[in-house]
Design a protein around this ligand. Structure first.
Ligand SMILES: Cc1cc2nc3c(=O)[nH]c(=O)nc-3n(C[C@H](O)[C@H](O)[C@H](O)COP(=O)(O)OP(=O)(O)OC[C@H]3O[C@@H](n4cnc5c(N)ncnc54)[C@H](O)[C@@H]3O)c2cc1C
Length: 265
């Protein structure tokens, strides 16, 4: 699954910055060279400020791609994501892309794609849904967050919601909701595509593996350079014989087969 795409380092102009809430925004970047090369699941490494701090770029999934434009969805958690919340149209963001592998939307072993996202893990799902629908696949979105206020389901269709506190949709997490919906879905050939916090991806991977449901998880843990130089994003994977080894998330993923990934418990 190692990505073999040509990588560009370009100053991309901010076309717009739409603030969806007090902590989540969507930035549209003018990127005519990059947009046609992007596949759903791939990411960009963005320098969030012109100054030396923060020095390292930050990784963001492509949220949507169209007509020479790439959108990212940003959730404020620290200094870099705060800077991206505040950017204005006309500013330029130095960006390395496209990076990483893609979701397996071209696979032919499924008819119904279950897109399962938690929190800001919803970011890559709009582009993935577009790619799946263009290939005639049926799509069901299961979108979860801690509370109704944190739910984002922008540009997604056929959505079921889950919140930990029950303020919107199903009360519980996305894996529990998937379990509840599964009896009504099992007549179809399923493939799950997921993105969210690692505990959610861990629970989902175990759930799918136990039921032989093919599942791919896009992992958003801490990453440094994004190109395999800094060795700052090790993940553990196991082969079919159970033997474990380390890989770099930025080189091996960020999309990894649920049967391979080994999360820290
Ligand atoms: C492949 C990939 C794709 C991603 N896509 C998106 C996306 O589409 N939208 C989005 O909003 N975020 C995404 N992320 C996460 C995003 O890169 C981080 O939230 C960001 O790097 C944090 O930078 P910061 O400077 O704001 O935080 P910092 O100031 O560096 O850290 C603030 C706090 O956040 C924690 N933190 C930092 N990075 C992460 C992380 N990756 N996961 C959990 N906690 C973290 C730190 O430990 C610290 O507690 C993605 C990450 C990866 C690896």
């Amino acid at each position: 699954m190692i990505a073999k795409t040509e990588i560009f380092d370009l100053p991309l102009e901010v076309i717009s910055n739409e603030r969806l809430s007090r902590s989540v925004n969507v930035i549209a970047l003018r990127a005519p060279e990059l947009a046609p090369r992007f596949k759903a699941g791939q990411f960009l490494e963005i320098k969030t400020s012109d100054s030396l701090f923060p020095l390292l770029r930050r990784p963001f999934s492509a949220h949507r791609v169209s007509d020479g434009t790439i959108e990212i969805m940003n959730k404020v958690v620290g200094v870099g994501t705060r800077a991206l919340y505040d950017v204005e149209a006309g500013e330029k963001l130095q960006t390395l892309a496209p990076l990483g592998n893609a979701f397996g939307y071209d696979k032919t072993d499924f008819d119904l794609a279950i897109l399962i996202s938690g929190g800001i893990g919803v970011a890559p799902m709009a582009m993935l849904e577009d790619a799946l629908r263009a290939r005639g696949k049926e799509v069901l979105n299961i979108v979860g967050a801690r509370t109704a206020e944190e739910l984002v389901a922008r540009h997604l269709s056929n959505v079921r919601l889950a919140t930990d506190d029950g303020t919107a949709g199903f009360k519980g997490n996305v894996v529990e909701l998937f379990e509840k919906l599964l009896p009504s879905l099992e007549s179809k050939r399923l493939r799950a595509f997921a993105c969210g916090p690692n505990p959610m991806l861990n629970a989902l991977s175990k759930f799918c593996n136990a039921r032989a449901i093919p599942c791919e998880v896009s992992i958003e843990s801490t990453m440094g350079c994004g190109v395999g130089i800094c060795y700052g994003c090790p993940i553990r994977v196991r082969d079919s014989s159970g033997k474990m080894r380390y890989e770099l998330l930025c080189q091996y993923g960020s999309v990894v087969d649920a049967r391979e990934i080994v999360f820290d418990e």
